[in-house]
Design a binder for this molecule. Structure first.
Ligand code: ADP
Ligand code: MG
Length: 289
């Protein structure tokens, strides 16, 4: 690779909003075998909305939503914003003893009641029987929504559907990568069935779901056994995986921590930038072969 051709390629990429922070990433990307994507905020908008709430028998919708929202008011997870936005501001007393359970959900006390909110695996871990809510949760997941379960005082009270739309350009970007002979994967902490539905919708080859926040690096390492790998992510908890991957690609609208850890930054936040980055890398390297 000549320094001049690298400079020209880097400049062309910048014009398209693709920032190569390191020259060796421009050289390495051309021969990538697998591109793995974080789901939330990378393939999806990252702004989920509450789409449904189904309560257990004898439970009042407004009451459970108010308690859950009071607890979620202390959470920084995107799911929290979706739920808080849907509940009235003064519906329940403020939560006490809030505890985030990363990768699972949260725990708090609201108006003297123990409130537990999160994924099915949280309810399983706490020994909460889901009863009829389980089928509703499975149905939500099949449509690509995230089922969020709530338990009050140890009893399953509701399942809330939270839906995060995929970015408009994601499907075409995945197809363009496949057309260029690159395999695609998605890595997410979300439920397996939810992840499968979204991956099927986007045409993604391989899904790694229910990954705990500290498990993303191991997921990336496993995929790296199949050849040179790029990982695309936006979040604070994506930073270690971005650093570990052969090529780390950060969404420019994501967190500073992710951008700092990456080799390539997509300034617009558009995943189509991944295709542009690959094209420029291949053309640049082709010029000098
Ligand atoms: P992701 O970034 O893929 O959502 P996380 O590790 O942050 O992965 O969360 C994994 C799962 O844990 C979520 O899909 C959700 O089911 C549950 N969860 C985490 N935080 C919350 C929260 N504040 N409220 C409800 N559910 C949560
Ligand atoms: Mg993300």
């Amino acid at each position: 690779a000549t320094p001049t051709s690298i400079m020209v390629g880097t400049g062309r990429a910048a014009e398209l909003g693709v920032l190569f922070r390191r020259g060796d990433a421009l050289q390495a990307l051309q021969s990538v075998r697998v591109i793995a994507f974080d789901k939330t905020g990378t393939l999806t908008e990252g702004c989920p909305a509450l789409t449904s709430i189904t309560v257990a028998e004898g439970v009042e919708r407004a009451d459970v939503l108010a308690r859950v929202a009071a607890a979620e008011a202390f959470s920084e997870h995107p799911i929290a914003r979706a739920i808080v936005a849907e509940a009235g501001p003064e519906a329940a007393p403020p939560a006490e003893g809030f505890q985030a359970l990363p990768g699972f959900g949260l725990r708090a006390t609201v108006g003297g009641a123990a409130v537990l909110v999160g994924a099915e695996r949280l309810m399983a871990r706490e020994g909460i029987a889901l009863g009829a809510l389980s089928a509703k949760g499975a149905e939500l997941a099949r449509t690509g929504a995230t089922p969020v379960y709530a338990a009050i005082d140890g009893r399953a009270a509701a399942v809330i559907g939270v839906s995060d739309p995929v970015k408009p350009s994601a499907r075409a970007a995945i197809a363009a990568l496949h057309a260029r002979g690159v395999k695609t994967a998605m890595i997410t902490g979300d439920a397996q069935a939810t992840a499968n539905a979204i991956a099927a919708d986007l045409g993604i080859d391989h899904v790694v779901a229910e990954v705990l926040p500290e498990g993303k690096v191991a997921a990336v390492e496993e995929l790296m056994a199949h050849g040179r790998l790029a990982f695309v992510g936006d979040g604070i908890n994506d930073a270690p995986a971005l650093a570990r991957a052969d090529i780390g690609i950060a969404i420019g609208t994501g967190t500073d921590v992710a951008i700092e850890a990456a080799d390539v930054v997509l300034m617009s936040g558009d995943v189509a930038g991944v295709v542009n980055a690959l094209e420029i890398s291949r053309r640049t390297m082709g010029n000098i072969r």
